[in-house]
Design a protein. Structure first.
Length: 376
């Protein structure tokens, strides 16, 4: 590699090789440090970020360069109280690494951060003036009483509170909450009120508040939003969803027809058989919606007389039907085993209700038949 350099005779800055060849400093940090070293005295009051902005080092690149300079001891910062209760940040830049103790010595020699005496400041309260006394009080005021009265209100006049419908109130809350999603969509109360009507129409068309917030705050322009009111108003109009289709009208339900039931009056006389007149018992009014109750029917099955309430046209109760079914099964089983049951059906049914009836005899006969076949 050939090397050719012409030493400048003016407007140059001496740079140490320790800075130029520093392994832990990036190029932006080295350029910023060399730029600050060559500043004239009338520009040393500017902050380090202002010099970086002049060099085109901004944003994350400046933060990275400054962090490297601070970690390696080339830049030091110190906060000190200033006048009128404010704080100011002083920056120290050097072309050689300095420790915190060395930087503190430089701060003290320069007199940075030293609080001035209170007597140096000009008093802000002003100089004392003569005391004014002896003036006569107004006629309508008395000594020792407070003459300030609040403005009187007309009796019976109450402040008018504007009540908004639920959908418009929710739309206003959604519009005012957009500032938390994006700072560019910050709306004032008056600006949000101007867009409430359009936003409430979204809610009337079935859009939820969260979905409305997502549509308004997503897909913002890359160059930013210049007017939040204009941008949101345009988006509310252009992205308005379709109105829901009207529901089909339902056929009117016919009114129930009242049913008149002629009921004899309470205690009215009635003619019995033989021409004698007898008084009817009190009869309660019968309603048209009274539930129909199936009357009781006498069971046609064997055994003692008993009644039941049928579900259809059956003539036997469920117990008799089950006993008859067991009797028919026993007859078929006896025929399969070749056993003759010398009992009629009614007796078989009655015996089936007894624990020692046809079931036990059928089991004994089946056992005897099995033993006989084994003996053969």
């Amino acid at each position: 590699m050939l090397w050719h350099a012409i030493a400048p005779v003016r407007r140059y800055t001496k740079a140490s090789h320790d800075v130029v060849r520093h392994p832990r400093l990036c190029s932006d940090a080295k350029i910023l440090l060399l730029y600050v070293q060559g500043l004239p005295d009338d520009q040393t009051h500017l902050a380090l970020s202002e010099h970086g902005r002049k060099l085109g080092i901004k944003g994350r690149a400046f933060q990275r360069a400054k962090e490297q300079l601070v970690l390696n001891g080339f830049v030091h910062e110190r906060k000190a109280p200033a006048e009128r209760g404010l704080w100011v940040t002083h920056q120290l830049s050097s072309n050689v690494p300095l420790s915190d103790a060395d930087a503190l010595v430089v701060w003290r020699e320069a007199g940075v951060g030293e609080e001035s005496s209170p007597s140096v400041h000009f008093p802000t309260v002003g100089e004392p003036g003569p005391r004014t006394v002896g003036h006569q009080l107004p006629v309508d005021e008395e000594l020792g009483k407070n003459s300030s009265h609040p403005p009187t209100e007309e009796p019976g006049v109450e402040p008018v509170v504007e009540l908004m419908p639920p959908q418009e109130a929710e739309a206003e809350r959604v519009l005012l909450s957009l500032r938390h999603s994006h700072r560019q969509l910050h709306l004032g109360v008056a600006e949000a009120r101007s867009l409430v009507g359009q936003a409430a129409e979204w809610l009337r068309r079935g859009v939820s508040g969260g979905e409305l917030r997502r549509v308004l705050s997503s897909g913002l322009p890359s160059d930013g939003v210049r007017s939040a009111v204009g941008f949101l108003g345009h988006r509310l109009v252009q992205k308005m969803p379709e109105a829901p289709a009207p529901e089909p009208a339902l056929a009117p339900v016919p009114a129930p027809v009242p049913v008149s039931v002629s009921v004899p009056e309470r205690g009215a006389p009635a003619v019995a058989e033989g021409g004698e007149v007898e008084a009817l018992p009190p009869v309660l009014p019968v309603s048209a919606a009274t539930r129909y109750v199936v009357p009781l029917v006498t069971c046609q099955g064997p055994g003692s007389e008993h009644v039941f309430r049928p579900l259809g046209e059956e003539t036997e109760c469920p117990d008799c039907q089950q006993a008859a079914a067991w009797a028919r099964w026993a007859e078929r089983r006896a025929a399969d085993l070749g056993i003759d049951l010398a009992e009629d059906a009614a007796a078989a049914v009655e015996a089936g209700r007894d624990p020692d009836g046809w079931r036990s005899r059928l089991a004994a006969a089946a056992a005897a038949a099995s033993e006989g076949s084994a003996g053969l």
